[in-house]
Design a protein around this ligand. Structure first.
Ligand SMILES: Nc1ncnc2c1ncn2[C@H]1C[C@H](O)[C@@H](COP(=O)(O)OP(=O)(O)OP(=O)(O)O)O1
Ligand SMILES: [Mg+2]
Length: 146
C-alpha cells in the first residue's frame, strides 16, 4: 500500500478467540447491536498513541470482558483484512488467541449477542468472504501446530 493510501486507512485490530470444548475448536463471534447487525470477532479502532497489538487487547477486554491473562495469543498467527467501511478504507489486523478456560463472555453495549461456532458455522455467520478465508487460515494453523 502506498503512503498516501496508508494514511487514509482507518486502522482497527482484534483477536480471533477460540476455545477447545469436548475436543472441538470453537470461534467466538459477537453481533453488533447496530445495523447491519454483523458478526465479527472482538475488535475496534486503534486509538492515538496505541499500536494494533495494544488495540486488539484493549478492545477484547472492552467488548468481550476477556483479559490478556485469560488468553494464549499466537503472536505468529495474524492476518490483516482490508475493506471499505462508512466510505473509508479500513484495515483490521487480527491475531489468533486461545481462551485458556472456556469461561463465560460478557458483552459491551456495542453488541447484542455472542456465539461460539465451529469453523463452518463461523464462516457462514461472519459472512464476509475475506473473514471466511482468515478463519480457515487460522484453523489450518491450529491443525498443523497441534
Ligand atoms: N470483513 C468485512 N468485509 C467487508 N465488510 C465488512 C467486514 N466486516 C464488517 N464489514 C462491514 C459491516 C459494517 O457495515 C461495516 C463496519 O463494520 P466493522 O468493520 O465491523 O466496524 P464497526 O464500525 O462495526 O466497529 P469497530 O469499532 O469494532 O471497528 O463494514
Ligand atoms: Mg468493535
Amino acid at each position: 500500500m502506498n503512503v498516501f493510501l496508508s494514511r487514509m486507512v482507518v486502522k482497527a485490530a482484534g483477536l480471533v478467540i477460540y476455545r477447545k470444548l469436548a475436543g472441538k475448536i470453537e470461534f467466538l463471534l459477537l453481533q453488533a447491536s447496530y445495523p447491519p447487525h454483523h458478526w465479527t470477532p472482538p475488535k475496534g479502532h486503534v486509538d492515538p498513541g496505541e499500536d494494533e497489538w495494544q488495540a486488539a487487547i484493549r478492545e477484547t477486554k472492552e467488548e468481550a470482558n476477556i483479559n490478556k491473562e485469560q488468553l494464549t495469543i499466537h503472536e505468529d498467527c495474524h492476518e490483516t483484512l482490508y475493506y471499505e467501511a462508512k466510505g473509508k478504507p479500513k484495515s483490521v489486523k487480527y491475531w489468533l488467541a486461545l481462551l485458556n478456560n472456556p469461561d463465560d463472555v460478557s458483552l459491551s453495549h456495542e453488541h447484542q449477542n455472542w456465539k461460539w461456532c465451529e469453523l463452518e458455522d463461523a464462516v457462514k455467520i461472519a459472512d464476509y468472504a475475506e473473514m471466511g478465508s482468515l478463519l480457515r487460515k487460522f484453523s489450518g494453523f491450529l491443525n498443523t501446530s497441534r
